[in-house]
Design a protein around this ligand. Structure first.
Ligand SMILES: [Cu+2]
Length: 463
């Protein structure tokens, strides 16, 4: 995947061509923009209190200006084009060139001043989700402030009082603006960098879009039937992998700005929920999990020791949320012989292909899809198709991944004898059921039944 290989060239873009000053007035801090969708390695804080920076999956952190002891950031709300995954782009609304906007990282006790310039066609505001702040800084259009009109800049200022995991998003025409991708991550680091320190700290938002195949703009009125379930507005195989060193203490923080809950599941390890919306959980309150549900509007931090080498899935466990845009309204056709119908349709529609009479797996066939959409599952693994998309990525644990190195190490090389293999002995004998229904299908007499079992091995009909 080029987005993964471009990891460091993307980092260069931040200080090179991708970093463009948009600040016209000398009094405004610069508003850097990001053009690349690749994960940017964490920058060390150039001034202010020290902290251990986070890594935003397929994203970046916003640089600031220090002015008289105040950290000044500049967010520009604007239309952006986001590549959801290679092969599909979307017209979204975001901040500073991307949706989601850049992650804001500050330290407990920092005084923060955020300039927000509106380049959208309608008014907006920003709510600082989870923060303790003066009521008038809460960003609720009509309640705590007038809307920021197009072309105008507003200033938010408060002290980041509580360390933890936060988000930002509008509370202005929010059904439209959130559906268009206006959101971002916020981390307030503890004053003492040794507190809650980990080796790798990944952050991203769970978000969802409804973009019809062949179109580019989300349908903003959708409430439940989304077809793109994403981490930071990227769908697998467009989501970068989380690459760590064996033995690292890893934290993953996620905030949910979709309209449903997501049971997020990690393979190969168990973790503890160490952070919630209210801050850090007490060590004596934690218990081990392999799945944690993140409800709407919630944030969770999980932590674990990455001690098991390999390529381990990390995904939402709602199976439709690990599928991409195509064919969500297709009827189930498993076991239905469509050959006759297909022949007739093929005379009218030359490209017509039978859908899924042996299940959803396409068996490696490349079928033509409409312009600007993603196949339901498009990832390629070392053993063939990875039949998942959407809210799915991999935790790649490697012995030789250097500290601070976030590059994709490639596919895991399994030690000999540690991969599931095909057993090639005698086939199993057919066994008749002794269950309660067995008497209805006596051994000798053929029985008239309406169900025909079709198996791909050629054993058609009954044994
Ligand atoms: Cu989900």
């Amino acid at each position: 995947m080029s987005s993964r290989r471009d990891f460091f060239s993307g980092a260069a873009a931040l200080v090179g061509a991708g970093l463009v000053s948009r600040a016209g007035a000398a009094t405004l801090p610069e508003a850097p923009i990001m053009g690349s969708a690749a994960t940017q390695p964490p920058p060390a804080p150039p001034n202010g209190r020290p902290y251990n920076p986070v890594v935003t999956l397929n994203g970046w952190s916003l640089p600031w200006r220090m002015k008289d002891g105040v950290k000044e950031f500049h967010l520009i709300a604007e239309p952006v084009v986001r590549e959801i995954a290679p092969g599909m782009k979307a017209n979204l609304w975001g901040y500073n060139g991307q949706s989601p906007g850049p992650t804001i990282e500050v330290v407990e006790g920092d005084r923060v001043r955020i300039f927000v310039t509106n380049r959208l066609p309608e008014h907006t505001s920003i709510h600082w989700h989870g923060q303790r702040l003066p009521n008038g800084m809460d960003g609720i259009t009509g309640l705590t402030q007038p809307g920021i009109q197009p072309g105008k800049t507003f200033v938010y200022e408060f002290v980041a009082r509580r360390p933890g995991t936060f988000m930002y998003h509008p509370h202005a025409d929010e059904m439209v603006q959130m559906a268009m991708g206006m959101m971002g991550f916020w981390v307030t680091h503890p004053k003492n960098p040794a507190l809650h320190a980990v080796d790798r700290d990944f952050v991203f938002l769970l978000n969802a879009y409804d973009i019809e195949p062949g179109s580019y703009t989300p349908k903003v009125n959708e409430m439940t039937d989304f077809n793109l379930w994403t981490f930071n507005s990227r769908a697998f195989p467009g989501i970068d992998t989380m690459n760590v060193r064996q033995g690292d203490r890893v934290r993953i923080r996620a905030g949910n700005l979709t309209m449903t809950n997501h049971p997020i599941h990690l393979h190969g390890h168990e973790f503890e929920v160490t952070g919630t919306d209210g801050g850090w959980t007490r060590p004596e309150s934690r218990w081990p999990e392999v799945t944690t549900d993140i409800a709407v509007g919630q944030m969770r931090a999980i932590e674990f020791i990455a001690d098991a080498p390999g390529d381990w899935p990390f995904h939402c466990h709602k199976s439709h949320h690990t599928m991409n845009a195509m064919g969500h309204k297709v009827p189930t056709l498993i076991g239905v012989d469509q050959r006759g119908v297909a022949e007739k349709i093929a005379k009218l529609v030359p490209d017509y292909m039978v859908m899924g009479d042996k299940g959803g797996s396409m068996g490696g066939m490349d079928m033509p899809i409409p312009e600007n959409t993603l196949p339901m599952m498009g990832g390629q693994g070392p053993f063939g198709d990875i039949e998942m998309g959407g809210m799915f990525t991999l935790l790649k644990v490697r012995k030789d991944q250097k500290p601070g190195d976030y590059r994709d190490p490639g596919w895991y090389r399994h030690p000999p004898g540690t991969v599931a293999w095909e057993w090639t002995g005698e086939p199993p004998a057919a066994v008749r059921s002794n269950g309660p229904g067995a008497a209805a299908t006596p051994d000798r007499k053929p029985v008239e039944v309406e169900v025909t079992v079709r198996k791909p091995t050629g054993h058609q009909g009954h044994h």
